[in-house]
Design a protein around this ligand. Sequence first.
Ligand code: GDP
Length: 365
Amino acid sequence: AVQAGIVGLPNVGKSTLFNAITKAGAEAANYPFCTIEPNVGIVEVPDPRLDKLTEMVKPQKVVPAVVRFVDIAGLVRGASKGEGLGNKFLSHIREVDAIVHVVRCFEDADVTHVDGKVSPSRDIDTIELELILSDLDAVERRMERARKQLKAQDKKVMAEVAVLQKLQALFEEEKPVRAGEWTNEEKEIIKGLFLLTSKPVLYVANVAENELNEPDNAMVQEVKARAEREGAYVVVICAKIEAEIAELTDQEERAMFLSELGLTESGLDRLVRQTYSLLGLITYFTAGVQEVRAWTIRNGMKAPQAAGVIHTDFERGFIRAEVTAYDDLMAVGSQLAAREKGLQRLEGKEYIVKDGDVVHFRFNV
Ligand code: GDP
């Protein structure tokens, strides 16, 4: 499953948000592919199409797509130099697909700020600098190794050194990989370095209870302006309210609570959806009487790769895919009708799976 790592300074609301995630989150037992640790929460990706498919097929089991959230606490000023729990936590970030950066946008005299005053921009800089310093360290170590190999005049090593030098200069200006401009060739090299600041970021602006619908909140504006410069996303939530929403298991009660707050969906739902689009992810479905299920793939994946998400055997033995677009299926009301009306297509190895495709794979074992 897709993984997002939650980072942020101490006392910004990470644990509050993470607790809401584990409360509201999916029953981990339903996701055998997800190993469960105390710092991991699983959230279902809300998708009305899955509900409609369920109504239509009436399967024994329904499995939504999920995002794994990993709580990466312990990131403080100086972490890259081993402060706090330091490097151990930085290494956890290496494993995630996206970074969810919680930024404090609420004033509360009872909640101490590590730097004495709430300042979203400075807070973001503090965290980002730790990630940049960690990347700088990684690049310098790699450079040392590459220099030793350089005597061979190997073109590949030379190209790598050029990229490493560019990265080093960028980090010394305290800028993340994201802020650099890279050719496709350079991007390939960077991919192999597993740098923290090359990961896409989503900012969570954590606002006070009474500021949730306050568009002019200056602290939120600060986060938004910054995100816009970086091409990052922002989700405005109130972690405390999310914790309350998570307590409500009754759907009706929940809907009522949300509408009293002037909301149509919880902050967690928005967070999950934004994480999905930040990563360029789409969903295709399998729909049988045993199970209706949503599968997550990267936009642009071809049919065999998409099949491989279900099982590696499906990819290896791929023959073809029977594909019906979600809208076509809904228009005729059943898979049988779709087949009869010629709406079910047979697609081969080069087919690029689309968001909402309802797919049945044929494969050799
Ligand atoms: P962490 O250190 O980032 O994990 O922060 P916590 O989640 O432990 O939150 C630190 C303190 O801020 C706790 O006392 C929370 O109750 C409080 N807090 C978190 N979110 C909000 C919020 O949206 N509004 C207010 N007023 N307090 C909050």
